[in-house]
Design a protein around this ligand. Structure first.
Ligand code: HPA
Length: 248
């Protein structure tokens, strides 16, 4: 991903800052869609210019359904970003996707509702329907996959991401329905982030870290302790993938 334009990294739960980033500036950046979740942190990762944004703010305080996704994507776009890596904490549905597993999904299904999920709704000269057949950028995914392979990490190079509304976790029956629909992982922030990036013509990839078995996929209920332990165990690998993919 070594390109002149900065790469945007949107950090999710467990990734409110990137300590490896050599920070050059921190800018609060209101735009026509409102206030992004936090100031944009501009810096260099290896030799790659990067703009980092904490999706839930720093400290972590904005719930998934309240994130101003439009302001976030617009702010990154205005900062010159055309390639975005969205880092997402997710629940695992597929049997291979247990806690601390890394997933680079290839498809998504959107179950969210009531979120501002398009830039194209007011003051239009014509109705716009963007193509969204492949929500995740092929070349970006390849880079992440090659990096994870080179690092010898346990990861999956496929996965259908089911985006749910939250902030509550799902019922066991909801997870069974997602599974029947073909979902391999479940998270609350994958949409509308991916589609808004697409509407702006940006390349978007998702780098998922499984932080719990989805509801009903283990013999216990989901606890914050379990989630925090998986973040602790898996986030270093996620950061290494980011660093390595930026160095290419
Ligand atoms: N469901 C939805 N979102 C999530 C989960 C989950 O189990 N874990 C982390 N984000």
């Amino acid at each position: 991903m070594a390109i002149n334009r900065p790469v945007g990294i949107i950090g999710g739960t467990g990734l409110t800052k990137l300590s490896e980033l050599e920070i050059l500036s921190k800018e609060a950046d209101r735009n026509r869609w409102g206030e992004p979740s936090d100031a944009l942190v501009k810096g260099v990762l290896g030799e790659q210019p990067v703009v980092f944004l904490a999706r839930h703010g720093n400290p972590h305080r904005i719930p998934p359904h309240r994130v101003n996704y439009r302001a976030n994507l617009q702010a990154l776009y205005d900062a010159g970003v055309r390639t975005v890596v969205g880092v997402n904490a997710v629940g695992g549905i597929h049997p291979a996707m247990g806690p601390a597993h890394v997933v680079i999904p290839h498809q998504l299904i959107d179950y969210t509702w009531g979120r501002a999920s398009t830039f194209f709704e007011d003051d239009l000269e014509e109705v716009t329907h963007i193509d969204f057949t492949h929500p995740y950028d092929h070349d970006g995914r390849t880079l992440l996959i090659e990096s994870a392979e080179a690092l010898g990490l346990e990861f999956s190079d496929f996965g259908v991401y089911g985006a749910t509304q939250g902030p509550r976790l799902e019922t066991a029956a909801e997870i069974r329905r997602l599974e029947q629909d073909g979902c391999d992982l479940v998270g609350m922030t994958g949409m509308p982030e991916a589609v808004l990036a697409a509407e702006l013509g940006m390349r978007y990839v998702c780098l998922g870290l499984v932080v719990n078995w989805a509801a009903g996929k283990s013999d216990h209920i989901i606890t914050m302790d379990e989630i925090e332990a998986a973040i602790e165990q898996g986030m270093t690998g996620v950061k290494h993938i980011l660093e390595r993919s930026m160095a290419k």
